[in-house]
Design a protein around this ligand. Structure first.
Ligand SMILES: [Zn+2]
Ligand SMILES: [Zn+2]
Length: 263
């Protein structure tokens, strides 16, 4: 069994939950501690029961309350050495025995979940996405991606489920009030993934067995949930792919979503 729940996902903060037969993992802690406790409570999880918090990268929307969460509940944190160094204010709150390093492209395990971190093009020191394996099931988490590389496709290929970034709509981004530099960063090769590319990626993955996807890390200013959903559906249908048995949904920035379980 492998189960996924998006507690919160968006440019304003990210916190995801994965559970297997004997392990419970939080991916990122990018919202307030209060919100994390509330989100976990809504799915009947006590924070002390978490086996680990694993970190994608050091941007605030992924680590806002990481240090306090680890400290309050004595939770092990897993990140790359470079990422620990890049977030000193969080790292200093984490006790030495709760700091665990992983290396990109090297598998590590938490209980019966095997995790393979893979490199993503994003403007952080050592950002990564994750594929998680348990019970012969594979799921992937991939957000904060400037562009899709062949390596990413290879890593996420064969997943039955993915939480994939669908950050912005190119036209909406053009007309937002953001300064030009910020627009350039978002749409640049180490920024974020557009709805259209998310759609093309999901279309590719459906052909290798993807059964469900949740669109995540939506921008508040340059996207709308309905637009992200429709753009992705249009991309998939434009290739003639059948989506009758495919589950697509959009993660909320403010509320925990439905859990998705693969048995
Ligand atoms: Zn980021
Ligand atoms: Zn982010």
């Amino acid at each position: 069994m492998l189960s996924f729940t998006s507690l919160y996902s968006g440019s304003s903060g990210n916190c995801l939950f994965v559970e297997s037969n004997n392990a419970k993992i939080l991916i990122d802690a990018g919202v307030s501690l209060k919100k994390i406790e509330k989100g976990l409570d809504s799915i009947n999880i006590n924070p002390s029961d978490l086996d680990a918090v694993i970190v994608t990268h050091e941007h605030t929307d992924h680590i806002q309350s990481l240090g306090n969460l680890s400290k309050k509940f004595d939770l092990p944190v897993f990140a790359t050495a470079k990422t620990f160094d890049a977030m000193p204010k969080q790292t200093e709150k984490i006790s030495e025995n709760n700091k665990n390093n992983f290396n990109v492209n090297e598998k590590f395990s938490i209980g019966d979940i095997e995790i393979l971190p893979f490199q993503i093009p994003h403007d952080a020191v050592e950002p990564c996405g994750f594929t998680l394996f348990s019970d012969n099931k594979k799921i992937s988490i991939a957000t904060d991606i400037g562009h899709i590389t062949n390596d990413i496709l290879k890593r996420i290929d064969g997943s039955e489920f993915i939480l994939l970034e669908s950050n912005y709509d190119s036209n909406v981004l053009k007309y937002t009030k953001y300064p030009f530099k910020l627009k350039e960063r978002i749409a640049g090769p180490t920024g974020h993934l557009s709805n259209k590319i998310a759609g093309q990626t999901i279309n590719y993955l459906i052909k290798s067995g993807l059964k469900a996807a949740i669109l995540g890390h939506l921008s508040k200013e340059s996207n709308f949930p309905e637009l992200a959903y429709q753009t992705v559906v249009d991309e998939i249908l434009s290739d003639g792919t059948n989506i009758d048995n495919f589950h697509l949904s959009v993660a909320s920035r403010d509320f925990p979503g439905k859990s998705f379980t693969i048995n």
